[in-house]
Design a protein around this ligand. Structure first.
Ligand SMILES: Cc1ncc(COP(=O)(O)O)c(C=O)c1O
Length: 350
């Protein structure tokens, strides 16, 4: 059998590794676990899993629409934001056309575009940040989608409201701009983009969010997109009928209402980020300034040589070779105990 060339040439996804005996802080999950309210909501719907879920995620969509102050038609919910990227590519790009993004970023944009046989044009970050000006130079008459990750995974860096606004103004309204805000909940800089305001101005903008990080529901797979109703309905046409299961819908709804869990998570990330950045600085370890729940820092040796000894000592980090950053590691802020442990390990090994 002949595998389609675009599928044969696709690289398999490299997940953050789980190591027996080590704390997994390699996938930017929530170290406090899921919202207890979400766990309770799952228990309540368990006895109804013989029924298909609500294929339109009606209540979840309505609740999200209220918080974004948009119509429910402006929201689509999917099996993780990963699925949204694939659905966007399924609906809006064809072989012979291209998408524009950067190399050192989340790999699922590349995957989505490759899946549908289109070209992914990638340039490098500039000083660890999205090189928006360089991306503009890649855009041509065949460009259908532009992917932006803000804050960027794996660097944690961000581009400001002004920068994104200026960029959007230069993009033809027929080109879809996907702004992946998986980590935006953690951003606290004043000039971080207000994507709701941007959505009011740009009909070609789609913003994606996830329940996998702040809300601690990575294992249930729930993500969503906000955008112009015409783009949302066009994208949703490509999705499978019951892509978000009933446990996931119930848990996401409950997690949204759990202000306590959300605040505890944000407080933990804020405190531990300040602590960890200061400790890295004391040791002269280079790191990017982060607006996310993780930090990207430099190891003196290739991560290939250090990753396993670090894991053996109790912490599983993300090795960034697959992101094209062989000397950098990405670490999800854990509890104080986890963070102190990693610093001890670094002191021993570096
Ligand atoms: C930037 C970014 N976007 C999206 C995702 C995936 O989110 P989901 O779990 O909703 O598919 C991740 C997960 O690591 C991510 O880092």
């Amino acid at each position: 059998m002949k595998l389609k060339p675009n599928i044969a040439s696709m690289e398999a996804y490299t997940p953050g590794k789980t190591v027996p005996g080590a704390v997994k802080l390699s996938s930017n999950e929530n170290p406090l676990g899921p919202s207890p309210k979400a766990v309770e909501a799952i228990r309540e719907v368990l006895s109804g899993v013989h029924r298909y879920p609500d294929g339109a995620s009606t209540t979840l969509k309505r609740t999200l629409a209220e918080s974004w102050e948009v119509d429910p038609e402006s929201i689509m919910v999917a099996n993780g934001s990963d699925e949204i990227f694939a659905l966007l590519a399924a609906s809006w790009i064809s072989p012979g056309e291209n998408a524009v993004g950067v190399r050192e970023t989340f790999s699922q944009y590349r995957y989505a575009v490759g899946l549908f046989g289109a070209e992914m044009r990638e340039i490098s970050l500039k000083d660890g940040e999205y090189h928006l000006e360089g991306m503009l130079e890649q855009v041509d008459g065949q460009t259908r989608i532009i992917f932006l990750c803000n804050p960027n995974n794996p660097t944690g860096t961000y581009r400001s409201h002004r920068d994104i606004l200026d960029f959007l103004e230069k993009i033809d309204s027929e080109v879809l701009v996907v702004l992946d805000e998986a980590y935006a909940d953690f951003a606290d800089e004043e000039d971080f983009p207000n994507s709701r305001k941007l959505l009011e101005v740009f009909q070609n903008l789609v913003v994606t969010r996830t329940f996998s990080k702040l809300y601690g529901l990575a294992g249930l797979r729930v993500g969503y997109a906000v955008g112009d109703p015409q783009i949302i309905s066009g994208t949703d046409r490509a999705s499978m009928p019951f892509n978000v299961n009933n446990l996931a819908q119930a848990a996401a709804l409950a997690a949204l209402s759990d202000k306590d869990h959300k605040q505890r998570t944000l407080d933990l990330v804020k405190t531990e980020k300040a602590f960890f950045e200061k400790e890295l600085d004391k040791r002269g370890i280079f790191h990017y300034p982060t607006q996310a729940n993780f930090i990207c820092f430099e190891l003196k040796n290739d991560v290939a040589d250090l990753w396993a000894p670090i894991a053996e000592r109790g912490i599983a980090l993300r090795d960034l070779r697959s992101f094209g950053l062989p000397r950098m590691a990405r670490y999800t802020f854990g509890t104080r105990e986890n963070n102190v442990r990693l610093l001890e390990i670094l002191d021993e090994l570096l």
